[in-house]
Design a protein around this ligand. Structure first.
Ligand code: PMP
Length: 298
C-alpha cells in the first residue's frame, strides 16, 4: 500500500465514494497499456483558522479539463463538481495537509480508436509540506524534454511521465537529488515534476512556455514576485548560463518552493536565505495556509 491508502480509505470513482481497497479497474484499460490518460496533483492545507483548504482547486481542475480536451479524452464533469468531490474525499478521510490525485483513465480499448467514455478517480493521502532548508543538488539530464511536435506538452498526460521517471532515476543513480531536463534546443527547461527559476542580479528568470508544463505554482510565483516587487522575466537560458546565476529554485505543487544548491557540482554563490527565492518561499508558505475566505477576496 506504500502509505497511499489503508483498509479505511475512501476514494471517489465515477461518481461514487468507495473503499480504495475494494475499488477495481479493468486491466484492459487503454491507460494501463499505453499511458494514455491525464491527471492532476493538488495539495490541501490546514489553514491558519483550522479548516482544510484545497489550494487553487479551480485552476487544477481547469487544467485537467484542458489536458483531457488536448488528448481527445471525454470529460463530462464540471470544475465545480470536482472541487466538491475533492472536499468530500478529504472530509471522509479526515485529511488536512494532503496530496490529492485526480486521474482520468480510459475503458478497455486496445485499438487506437477514440473513446466515447472515460473514468474519473479522485484520491488523497496525507502529505506534509517539505518546504525548507534542504537544498537540492541537480544533474543535467541526458534525457531531453519531449519534443512539443510529438506530444501536447502543455497537457498533464500520464505517458509524459516516463520521461520524468527516467531522468529522475538517472540523476539519483549518479548521486544527485534530482534532474534538470533541457529542451530539444539545449536550453534549461524544468525538473521531472517542477518548474525552474534562476536569479541574476536580483532579477528572476524562468523558461517560457513551449517545452514545459507551465505550472500553477509557477503562476503563483509570478503573482508573489509582482506583489513583492521582484523583477521577473521569461527567458531561455543554457545550463552554462544557469551555473553563473546567483541562485536557483524549483517550484511545483508537490515540491512547493525549493532551493537548488548546485547544478553538476557547481554551487550557487548566494546563501539561500539571502535569495529572492527564499523571499518567495516564505510568502508561498503563508499564502497556502490562508483561510478559504481570503481567496474569495483575491
Ligand atoms: N513541470 C512538470 C513536468 C510537472 O509534472 C509539474 C507538476 N505538476 C510541474 C512542472 C509543476 O506544476 P504545478 O505547479 O502545477 O504543480
Amino acid at each position: 500500500m506504500a502509505g497511499y491508502y489503508n483498509a479505511d480509505t475512501i476514494l471517489f470513482l465515477d461518481g461514487e465514494y468507495v473503499k480504495a481497497a475494494e475499488a477495481k479497474i479493468d486491466l484492459f484499460s487503454q491507460t494501463m497499456h499505453y499511458g494514455y490518460g491525464v491527471f492532476e496533483g493538488i495539495r490541501s492545507y490546514e489553514s491558519s483558522t483550522g479548516e482544510t483548504v484545497v489550494f487553487k482547486s479551480t485552476e487544477h481542475y481547469e487544467r485537467l479539463q484542458k489536458s483531457a480536451e488536448a488528448l481527445n479524452i471525454p470529460f463530462t464533469y464540471s470544475v465545480e463538481s470536482l472541487t466538491e468531490a475533492t472536499y468530500e474525499v478529504l472530509r471522509q478521510n479526515k485529511l488536512g495537509d494532503a496530496y490529492i490525485r485526480p486521474l482520468i483513465f480510459l475503458p478497455a480499448n486496445m485499438s487506437f480508436n477514440p473513446n466515447t467514455s472515460s473514468h474519473l478517480l479522485i484520491t488523497a493521502w496525507e502529505m506534509q509540506p517539505f518546504l525548507g532548508e534542504n537544498l537540492v543538488r541537480l544533474m543535467t539530464s541526458s534525457f531531453q524534454r519531449p519534443n512539443p511536435k510529438g506530444f501536447k506538452i502543455h497537457a498533464k498526460a500520464c505517458g509524459h511521465y516516463v520521461n520524468s521517471i527516467m531522468a529522475s532515476h538517472e540523476a539519483k543513480a549518479n548521486g544527485y537529488d534530482e534532474a534538470l531536463l533541457l529542451d530539444m534546443n539545449g536550453y534549461a527547461a524544468e525538473g521531472p515534476g517542477a518548474n525552474l527559476f534562476i536569479e541574476v542580479d536580483g532579477v528572476l528568470f524562468t523558461p517560457p512556455a513551449g517545452h514545459i508544463l507551465t505550472g500553477i505554482t509557477r503562476n503563483t510565483v509570478l503573482e508573489i514576485a509582482d506583489e513583492l516587487d521582484i523583477p521577473i522575466a521569461e527567458k531561455h537560458f543554457t545550463p552554462e548560463e544557469m551555473k553563473r546565476a546567483d541562485s536557483a529554485f524549483y517550484c511545483g505543487t508537490a515540491a512547493e518552493v525549493i532551493g537548488i544548491q548546485s547544478l553538476d557540482d557547481t554551487v550557487f554563490a548566494k546563501p539561500w536565505q539571502q535569495t529572492q527565492g527564499a523571499r518567495i518561499q516564505k510568502a508561498y508558505k503563508a499564502l497556502v495556509r490562508q483561510p478559504l475566505e481570503a481567496f474569495s477576496n483575491m
